[in-house]
Design a protein around this ligand. Structure first.
Ligand code: FAD
Ligand code: E1W
Length: 465
């Protein structure tokens, strides 16, 4: 075979940096054009600490890049979800029976910088402050703009877009051939707030009568479900937490338009997040300074232009964040693509990549949307709780035959499409078993396991973390 083609990546974010490292390690010549300045010297946008949940799929991709240990050194373990109800009570629902089934809170900025270092060490050439503005796919050339706006042309026969949900490469590809693009807006937005380390919160905690070293349990993902809206919090290594409020963008109260400023929002928090507000000493500053983010699902019919251009990560399949899988799915993309490009020409590899990944991207998009509703309200719904309890009993009795969908998504590398399909079948069975009574203890478990084995094949053997 001829020598490996040289590849031009657009975007040095989480997915772009990891993909670049994996391709360079396989001997490709890789150039990455990143619109923003180098975060390792310029400081990460705004200096705010934003974090993300890393789960098994993302970890497996990092493992294949030999970066898992480095990343986990800077991560905070989350053993379960801590649910804070409106009456001020809270309880931990563990994700698994032991610490083999946990997720990890990682700093977005820290992770990106670690991945940039790793890619550079593998030989990737970075061009920071160079944003794609256009491409001529027939000529194999692209136009990039520097931070001062000056444009120049660069040779780029094979382009890979990891430039996020607002992808400029996607726009350039659409101008060449329609990609069948559709964006479904969620209609809900988000705003990030911060709980500082407990040492900075002593007066507020003393008022609440707490003596803990931490404001709230550090090794958990915190959720304040409130029906039409919710807050979550993920821990940072420094003892702080990043809180995210998810709320309708407009419409009747409460929505971001009915909370136009910090004063209105503080009154709303006093009423509905009474236990959270005292932990947010900079509430007013944060609320007024941080923008409202928007949320959408992106669907494309085509991810590539033959062997000339391909989209990966959010650029191809942005999803809503409620399963914490956007980055994990993008990391899974990188491992799949690096494997396919090794030994195939780009045209074949790109077509095969879409064939394999698109059904899975569609499946996690659907599950992420469903999880918002589940997080917001059904965590307190008796029907949901009964099904979850019966599911746990079936999993304990027949672990090779029943696994909750959340666990398939979060703790295995079973394809997302498989998790969606099997989850539906399992759910139908639970509905049937609980038709007579909503009490899981009243269900004959032996009969239930027989019914399960009669309707569904066993789970495939699992590669566990
Ligand atoms: P991005 O991270 O958006 O990176 C794109 C990069 O391309 C950036 O560096 C950008 O500067 C650059 N770029 C943009 N335009 C150009 C251009 N024209 N030229 C050159 N470069 C360009 N996922 C999880 O797995 N777990 C979570 O807990 C989680 N929580 C989330 C919470 C929220 C509120 C949101 C909004 C998302 C969350 N996600 C989570 C999803 C995750 O953030 C994304 O899936 C992930 O960042 C996608 O990575 P990416 O590299 O494809 O895109
Ligand atoms: C995870 C932003 C975000 C990130 C997440 C999760 C959630 C709710 C949100 C889903 C979850 C990790 N989830 N957690 N507990 N039950 N479902 O697992 O990343 Cl809003």
């Amino acid at each position: 075979m001829s020598s490996k083609p040289s590849l031009t990546l657009i975007g040095g974010g989480l997915v772009g940096a990891l993909l670049a490292q994996q391709l360079a390690r396989r001997g490709f010549v890789v150039d990455v054009f990143e619109k923003r300045p180098d975060p390792r010297t310029a400081g990460f946008a705004g200096g705010r600490s934003i974090n993300l949940a890393l789960a098994e799929r993302g970890l497996q991709a990092l493992r294949s890049a030999d970066l898992d240990e480095d990343v986990l050194r800077h991560a905070v373990m989350m053993r379960g979800r801590m649910v804070h109800t409106a009456d001020g009570r809270s309880g931990l629902q563990r994700y698994g029976i032991d610490d083999s089934e946990v997720i990890w809170s990682v700093s977005r900025g820290g992770l990106n910088m670690l991945l940039l270092d790793a890619a550079e060490a593998a030989g990737v050439r970075f061009h920071f402050g160079q944003g794609l503005v256009g491409a001529d796919f027939d000529a194999g050339r692209m136009r990039v703009a520097g931070l001062d706006g000056t444009e120049r042309e660069v040779d780029a026969p094979v382009l890979i877009g990891a430039d996020g949900a607002g992808s400029a490469l996607r726009a350039a590809m659409s101008a060449c051939r329609p990609l069948g693009e559709r964006t479904e807006w969620l209609g809900h937005g988000y705003k990030e707030l911060e709980i500082p380390p407990a040492s900075q919160l002593l007066p507020a905690l003393a008022e609440q009568g707490g003596h803990d070293q931490f404001a709230i349990e550090p090794n958990a993902l915190h959720i304040w479900p409130r029906g039409g809206y919710m807050c979550i919090a993920l821990p940072n290594t420094e003892g702080s937490f990043t809180v995210t409020l998810f709320l309708p963008g407009k419409g009747p109260h409460p929505s971001f338009v009915t909370l136009p400023d910090a004063a209105a929002a503080a009154a709303f928090f006093r009423e509905h997040f009474a236990d959270l507000l005292p932990l947010l000493p900079d509430f007013a500053e944060d609320f007024d300074a941080h923008p409202v983010g928007s949320l959408a699902t992106l669907y494309l019919e085509r991810w590539h232009l033959d062997g000339r251009a391909l989209l990966v990560g959010d650029a191809a399949h942005a999803i809503v964040p409620f399963h914490g899988q956007g980055m994990n799915c993008g990391f899974e993309d990188t491992a799949a693509l690096a494997g396919l490009l090794d030994g195939h020409d780009p045209a074949e590899a790109f077509a095969e990549f879409q064939r394999i990944r698109q059904p899975n991207a569609d499946a996690i998009a659907a599950m992420a949307l469903e999880n918002y509703v589940e997080m917001r309200d059904s965590v307190a719904d008796p029907r949901y709780l009964a099904k979850r309890e019966l599911g746990a009993r079936l999993a304990a009795r027949a672990p090779g035959h029943y696994m909750a969908r959340y666990r398939m998504v979060t703790f295995t590398d079973l394809p997302y499409a498989y998790a969606l399909e099997r989850g539906r079948a399992q759910d139908m069975l639970l509905e049937q078993l609980l038709r007579e009574s909503n009490d899981p203890a009243s269900v004959d478990l032996d009969a239930a396991v027989s019914a399960l084995k009669a309707t569904l094949p066993p789970l495939p053997p699992l590669r566990h973390g």
